[in-house]
Design a protein around this ligand. Structure first.
Ligand code: GN1
Ligand code: MG
Length: 352
C-alpha cells in the first residue's frame, strides 16, 4: 500500500479507513495533509482490463464538461507520474478520487425522497449523455447484464456444480426455471427497435449517489460499469435495491417487503429526467425492469452458490444461498404487485 500512496505523493502521516460495502472492489477513505480522498483497488479478476474503465470515464467526463459544465462529475486524481491508474506490485490497480466535501452517502434508502433523488440522478446521467454515441464506450465487463448468458451459466452450474448444494436449492431452482418467460422477454427486447442502447450506469444502488446535507442528490459515482446498455438495467437495479426495507443480505425472509411509495418515487424521479428521451415501448417496461434485474441477481447468486462461491465469496457457509433466496422472495413479492405497479407507472408516465 505504501508504494501506492507514494505514487500519489502522500506523506507518511496519511491514514486509510475502509469505506463502503461493495462486493467487488476495495475502497478506503484517505486522510492526509493534502486533503481527503477516496482510494479504490479494482478487483483484477473481475475487471481484467481496467484501462477501458479509465478511458470511458475520460470520454464521459470530457463530454459532460463540454455540454453540461456545471454538472459535478468526480474525475480520478492523477498520480505524480500523470497516470489515472496506478499499478501495484501485486498486479492490482488503484485509483484515487477527490472526496466531495459535505457530501453524504446512504447505504439503504430510508425515505421515498432519497429514492426519488437517486432516480433523478441516474436518469439525469443517461439523459445528459443521450446524444453521446453510447457505442463509443468500451464494454468494461462484456455481456455484464446479458440475461441469456447468465441463464446459460446457471444451467452449466446445474450440470457441473456441487450436487449437495443443487439438492439443497431444489425449490429455488424450480421456481427460477419456471420463470423463463423473463428471459424470453429480454430476448425480444434485444430485437425490438423501440428499445435503445443508451449510456447506462449498471450499478444504481443508493450508495452510488452522493447527497448534500439537505438531502438533494449531487452526482452519481462508481463509473466502472458505465457502458452501452438498456434503461431496464438502471431502473431495475433501483427497484431491486430500494424497494425493500432490508438488503440482499437479510436472512429473515419475513422482513423482505415491497414499499409502494418507493416504487412511485423511482418512476417519478427517473421520468422527470427521461420522459422526453424514453420511447413509448420503454415507458411500458418499468415493471419488467424490476423482474429483469431481480431475476438476474437471483440466478447470479444461486449460480455462485452452486459453483462453491467463486465469484461473490462468502462470510458463512450458505451465504450465497441466503442471498439467492432473498432475491427470489423479493422477485415473488414484486410480481404480486405487478398488475398494480403497471397501472401506477402508466399513470405517472401520463403526467409528463
Ligand atoms: C456487485 O461490487 P458491488 O457490490 O457494487 C456486482 C453487481 C451486483 C452486486 C450485488 C461487477 O456489485 O452486479 O448487483 O454486487 N458487480 C459486479 O450486491 O459483478
Ligand atoms: Mg459497483
Amino acid at each position: 500500500m505504501n508504494e501506492v500512496l507514494s505514487a500519489y505523493g502522500f506523506s507518511a502521516n496519511t491514514s486509510l479507513t475502509p469505506h463502503g460495502n461493495g462486493l467487488i472492489n476495495r475502497t478506503w477513505l484517505v486522510r492526509s495533509d493534502k486533503g481527503t480522498y477516496i482510494l479504490q483497488q479494482l478487483n483484477r479478476h473481475v475487471f481484467a482490463r481496467p484501462q477501458l474503465i479509465a478511458d470511458n470515464i475520460e470520454m464521459v467526463g470530457r463530454y459532460l464538461a463540454a455540454h453540461y459544465p456545471t454538472t459535478i462529475f468526480p474525475r480520478p486524481v492523477r498520480s505524480l507520474a500523470g497516470q489515472t491508474l496506478v499499478d501495484a506490485d501485486d498486479k492490482s490497480h488503484y485509483r484515487l478520487y477527490p472526496y466531495i466535501e459535505n457530501s453524504v452517502s446512504v447505504d439503504l434508502a430510508d425515505t421515498p425522497r432519497q429514492a426519488f433523488e437517486a432516480a433523478r440522478q441516474f436518469g439525469g446521467f443517461t439523459r445528459m449523455l443521450s446524444d453521446f454515441p453510447a457505442e463509443r464506450l468500451h464494454e468494461t465487463l462484456p455481456d455484464f447484464h446479458d440475461l441469456s448468458l447468465r441463464c446459460r451459466s446457471f444451467s452449466e452450474s446445474l450440470q457441473n456444480g456441487s450436487a449437495q448444494r443443487i439438492n439443497k436449492a431444489a425449490p429455488l431452482i424450480d421456481y427460477l426455471q419456471s420463470q423463463n418467460r423473463i428471459v424470453a422477454q429480454y430476448e425480444s427486447i434485444l430485437v425490438d427497435p423501440g428499445f435503445k442502447r443508451r449510456v447506462t450506469h449498471h450499478d444504481t444502488k443508493i450508495s452510488n449517489v452522493l447527497f448534500d446535507k439537505q438531502g438533494n442528490g449531487i452526482c452519481v459515482i462508481d463509473l466502472d460499469t458505465v457502458m452501452p446498455g438498456y434503461f431496464i438495467s438502471d431502473v431495475g437495479d433501483m427497484f431491486r435495491t430500494y424497494l425493500s426495507p432490508v438488503t440482499e443480505e437479510e436472512q429473515d425472509i419475513d422482513r423482505i417487503q415491497i414499499r409502494q411509495e418507493y416504487f412511485e418515487a423511482i418512476v417519478k424521479g427517473y421520468l422527470l429526467e427521461m420522459h422526453e428521451v424514453l420511447t413509448p415501448a420503454e415507458k411500458e417496461a418499468f415493471v419488467y425492469a424490476g423482474e429483469f434485474m431481480l431475476y438476474m441477481q437471483a440466478i447470479r447468486f444461486l449460480t455462485d452458490y452452486l459453483n462453491n462461491d467463486i465469484y461473490y465469496g462468502r462470510r458463512y457457509e450458505d451465504h450465497n444461498f441466503v442471498r439467492a433466496r432473498n432475491q427470489t422472495t423479493l422477485l415473488q413479492r414484486f410480481q404480486q404487485r405487478s398488475p398494480l405497479f403497471r397501472k401506477i407507472a402508466a399513470a405517472i408516465s401520463g403526467q409528463f
